[in-house]
Structures are given as structure tokens and as C-alpha cells.
Ligand binder design. Sequence first.
Ligand code: ZN
Length: 311
Amino acid sequence: MSAWRVVAALLIAVLAWGPRPAGANTPMPVVASFSILGDVVAQVGGERVAVSVLVGPGSDAHVVQVTPAQARQVAAARVVVSHGLGFEGWLPRLLKSAGFGGIDLRVADGTQALKPAGQGGHGHAHHHDVDPHTWQDVARVRSWLPRIAEALCRADAAGCDGYRQRATAYDGRLAALDAEIRAGWAAVPVAERKVITSHEAFGYYAAAYGVRFLAPQGVSTEAEPSARGVARLVRQIRAEGVRALFVESIADPRLIEQIGRETGVMPAGRLYSDSLSPPGGPAASYEALMRHNTQALQRALASPARKESKP
Ligand SMILES: [Zn+2]
């Protein structure tokens, strides 16, 4: 039985009640498609909104098995905020089947998207001809904030001044974060800003902050890595003088260990691409995620303890 049949069956029960209007002291129900966006929406919404996230920390928002609980959240929401640019290919169908009649905001739709780098090496399939990971550039997220505030204003006019004020305050924090990231990179020579990741999720970070991310073909969590793919990765690390290797979605630690042995480039930690960490983790908010990734990258590239590659 497909997940959609389960959803359809449960929706009959959900729609029998329908969404209830929020009372004066009840936060407005708002749904965000994935954890990173959920944090951004909550920053703008403050205490007047209750943000539910469809794809929580540690889960993959590209490919989603919709649950009855998620369908109920959508049916009850006044506003659904998603990324757009094809990131959540599963969402339009969910909105339709849930009978969602509220405000459908796609924060990145209509913005200029990058093409995928095209080197291959996907940790999972991206069914797009555009790269949807725009949040890796802080300036892109800043551009979402007025749109989020206005969508919340349309659903809750009484809270509008507060939403706008919160959006402005948060924008100030993100501007400072963006400046902090740039200042950190200024200390790393451009020629040394080369890292390996498995998942092509950092194209916007690369474009905004001047770092090269290499994700060679054949290394994937979906397919078993081939010996040929690993050999190609090893050659590329040596040829490019890559100084840092990061795990993001390579599930097999033996592959990382093997690449480390063959190249002398040790895995330098974990980057958060498409999801926050759970609460208490190192990337529990969008700001913390960007700081964690940036500091992990800069530490790995600047570390005096790094292994120099032999000629
Ligand atoms: Zn992704």
C-alpha cells in the first residue's frame, strides 16, 4: 500500500474536523518544509506562530515519505513555507491532498538559481536542472525575510508590526554572520580553499565565499562506491592538492578511511548541508549551521597539523 493511500485514508478523518481558527492566545499554526527553513520562519514569527517542520533534523528533504502526521500538520496550517526551486518535489502533491487552502509561500521561487556544478558525486538524486541549496549563501536567506514577514502579515494582520520588526532584527544578525564568514575566509589563500564533499550541496557557498568544493563522480550513498570511482577521487585529491575531506553523506567510513590512507588527507569533520543538527548539536539553528560549517572548513584548511602531500 502506498504512502499516499495512507495519507488519503487519514485525510478523511482530518478534513472532518478541518483547521480551527487560532484563538487570541493560541499561536498561529505554520508549517515549514525542512528544518533549516523552520528555524528561519520561527525567527521571524516569534511567539505568535507555532512552526511545525515536515522534514526534521537529520532527515533528507529531497526525498520524503509523507506520514499521516505531516498531512495533519499541513491541513491545520494557515501558512506553509517551503523553499521552492524544485527542492521539495513531493510538497505540491501533499498540499493538494491535504486540501490546504492557506498561504503557500516558496521563499526562493523567482530568485536566480545556480546550475548544478555537474561533477556528479550526488549523495542522493537531485531531480532538477537547478541547484536548490540556496541557503548556503547567507545573502539568499536575508532576501527571504521580507517575504516571510509579509506572508505572516497576510495570515495574521494583528501581528504584522511584530513580524516586520523581528525580520529586520534577524536580518541584522544575518548581515553580521555574512560579514563574519567573509572575514574568516579573507585569512585563507584562495588557492588553498579546496575541499572534498560527497554531496553537491555547497554550490551557493562556493559562489558566495570563494571556496571550491569537489564532489567527484562515482561516490554515492545510493550506489556502492566503485573501485574506479574511488581511484578517480584519490587522483583528483592529489592533482588538485586538496587539503580537506569532509563527510556529509558518505555513509561508509571504510571508504573515507581508505581515501585518507591513500592521500594523506584525513577526514576533517562533518558538514551540515540540508538539515540542522538535533537540538543541542553543533548546528541546531541556521546561524549555528553556517558558523559550524565555516569554522570546520577554515580550521581544516588552516591547520598547521595537516599532512602535507608528498611530491
Ligand atoms: Zn541536497
